[in-house]
Design a protein around this ligand. Structure first.
Ligand code: HEC
Length: 177
């Protein structure tokens, strides 16, 4: 009996892996959880390619790595924000797609590190630097449009599966567009 159950769980995980997603829509706590579980870092500086491996391992101790990978957080200095308000004003209109702050990843990594049993430790600083770089590359500039459509897909799927939780996370958004 135990063996059959374990087999079913393994099969379920394998099916999710084949779809390239972390979790079923009904079991997800964040829209992030429904998205891809890897980043193509082949064009990133060597230092960040190394940190990516640490990030993949340490930030997946309590939830899947999909949660930080598909996050709406973007950390931009005040000067960078001012520049992007001119170049990409749309980025400042929908915080469910782009939530922008000068210290947003810094604060968030610290929040994760304060949780009991968090294994991040001394890697916190370089993981934070990786997240700042990666968010800028994948969610802004030439990739802003692609990011918006992939994030909106997750929001729509999540809102359908779990409207109450969606509303709790994004009270100012009436419904996923
Ligand atoms: C010790 C367990 C633990 C570890 C390790 C951990 N997290 Fe989390 N994470 C959580 C929990 C629990 C939540 C749910 C929200 C909360 O309690 O803050 C969460 C939520 C999140 C969210 C969603 C937040 C939102 O409001 O949209 C992001 C993004 C995230 N974690 C990123 C990370 C990153 C990056 C790392 C590695 C530096 C990490 N987590 C490591 C426990 C952990």
């Amino acid at each position: 009996m135990k063996g059959i159950l374990a087999g079913a769980i393994v099969a379920g995980v394998a099916a999710a892996a084949r779809r390239g997603v972390a979790q079923s829509a009904s079991g997800a706590l964040f829209p992030n959880d429904l998205g891809p579980t890897s980043i193509d870092v082949s064009s990133y500086p060597k230092e960040y390619q190394e940190t990516y491996k640490v990030f993949q391992f340490k930030c997946a101790a309590c939830h899947t790595i999909a949660r930080p990978i598909n996050s709406q957080y973007v950390e931009l200095s005040d000067a960078q924000q001012a520049a992007m308000k001119t170049s990409t004003p749309e980025m400042f209109k929908d915080p469910a797609v782009w939530q922008i702050g000068a210290h947003i990843w810094n604060r968030y990594v610290k929040k994760m590190m304060a949780k009991p049993g968090c294994p991040v430790g001394r890697d916190g600083k370089r993981i934070w630097q990786f997240l700042v770089y990666d968010s800028k590359v994948r969610k802004t500039g030439a990739n802003a449009v692609a990011w918006k459509s992939s994030r909106q897909k997750l929001l729509e799927e999540f809102a359908k599966a779990n409207p109450a939780r969606y509303h709790e996370l994004f009270p100012s958004t009436v419904a996923a567009k």
